[in-house]
Design a protein around this ligand. Structure first.
Ligand SMILES: NC(=O)c1ccc[n+]([C@@H]2O[C@H](COP(=O)([O-])OP(=O)(O)OC[C@H]3O[C@@H](n4cnc5c(N)ncnc54)[C@H](O)[C@@H]3O)[C@@H](O)[C@H]2O)c1
Ligand SMILES: CC(C)(O)[C@@H](O)C(=O)O
Ligand SMILES: [Mg+2]
Ligand SMILES: [Mg+2]
Length: 335
């Protein structure tokens, strides 16, 4: 049956890795950086990793068999520059190391469009600006590649100066394993707004708040922390795995009729109209730039709120209980 997707989706057959026929500089060797650099290298692309002197990631990149240079030298050697340092330091790295070493016709490649979309990086007009954004944490981008599996991704072209930006971005997506799973064509704006919304409202913010609220409700009502941990956190993965494999209905088919009826009647009481209004507000703050402004100012002030929130999350009781339980049982030892 013919698929009727609303957007273009690219697969391996749509891309040719040999299009990346010059050095690719991967700046940063963190979550995404280590995965892109190693996958590109294993796909036969000439890679140089750009890290500042004294970077704690240098040893890892070198022991993985990759060439490491300073960001400025890496950019000077390459014609394709993948910017995988944290979003918050990208404007400074761009100003100090990238811009002075870019040549007309080079390509600036991102895994997230934040700095372009909110004008923190304003690239000159004589280069290509592209994005290949894996829809996954970086460590899985590497793990999937090693397991001959793919990682879905997004592709967007902001500037195509040479006329080759799409082919190069597709080659990059293929080399890191994304076209194995499917790459959806989008824009920088759509990627940024949907990515921020997803991680804030659902994937990272929403899910951790839901887990903690469920755990606290049980514990506050006299149930044991261990029970609450298994019920609200550990089993979350098992249920989400079923949804991932077979959709919402695959999960509903696998749980008991009691869980299905209880879940379907009570779910909308929990995620009610107020929560949907909150989601609309969160999306609005992303769309009107309020979130980006807040995050930029937070960084300029030395991250006072971020540090406080991080500490509170580390000290939450569910983390202590989880650490002890994961130590006791073998299911978390696969990694
Ligand atoms: N983390 C993810 O799974 C994920 C998923 C999709 C997209 N992205 C995007 O990928 C990009 C990279 O994010 P990340 O989470 O992989 O980063 P990260 O924080 O995991 O890694 C940062 C790397 O940059 C280096 N670095 C830090 N400060 C630097 C500086 N001042 N100069 C040079 N190098 C510096 C670090 O040594 C490290 O190697 C971001 O645009 C992010 O939005 C990340
Ligand atoms: C992995 C995520 C949450 O999808 C990514 O968007 C990030 O910013 O780390
Ligand atoms: Mg993100
Ligand atoms: Mg994301």
């Amino acid at each position: 049956m013919e698929n009727e997707f609303t957007t273009e989706i690219y697969y391996d057959d749509d891309a040719d890795v040999s299009t990346l026929n010059d050095t690719v500089a991967v700046l940063g060797y963190g979550s995404q950086g280590h995965a892109h650099a190693q996958n590109l290298h294993d796909s036969g692309v000439d890679v140089v990793v750009g890290l500042h002197e004294g970077s704690s990631s240098r040893d890892a990149a070198e022991s993985d068999g990759l060439t490491v240079k300073t960001p400025a030298d890496a950019v000077a050697k390459a014609s394709y520059v993948s910017v995988l340092v944290p979003d918050t330091v990208q404007p400074t790295v761009y100003e100090n190391a990238i811009e002075p070493n870019l040549e007309a016709g080079d390509t600036l490649q991102f895994a997230h469009g934040l700095n372009i979309h909110y004008n923190q990086i304003q690239p000159s007009e004589d280069i290509n600006v592209t994005m290949v954004a894996p829809k996954s944490p970086g460590h899985l981008v590497r793990r999937n590649y090693n397991n001959d599996e793919g990682t879905p991704g997004l592709l967007a072209i902001y500037q195509d100066m040479t006329g080759e930006a799409t082919d190069e971005a597709l080659a990059y997506a293929k080399a890191i394993g994304c076209t194995r799973a499917g790459v959806i064509e989008t824009t920088f704006q759509e990627e940024v707004e949907s990515d921020l919304f997803g991680e804030q409202a659902v994937l990272c913010g929403g899910v951790t708040a839901l887990i903690k609220a469920g755990y606290e409700t049980l514990v506050d009502n006299g149930y044991s922390p261990e029970m609450a941990y298994f019920e609200c956190l550990n089993e979350m993965k098992l249920i989400v795995d079923l949804i991932y494999e077979d959709g919402l209905n695959g999960m509903w088919d696998s749980v008991s009729y009691t869980a299905e009826y209880g879940g379907m009647t009570r779910g909308d009481d929990i995620i009610d109209e107020k929560v949907r209004e909150n989601m609309e507000e969160t999306l609005e703050e992303i769309q009107n730039g309020e979130f980006a402004r807040e995050w930029i100012l937070e960084n300029q002030a030395g991250r006072p709120s971020y540090n406080q929130l991080r500490k509170a999350e580390k000290n939450h009781e569910i983390e202590e209980v989880g650490e002890q339980l994961r130590d006791l049982f073998s299911w978390a030892e696969e990694e």
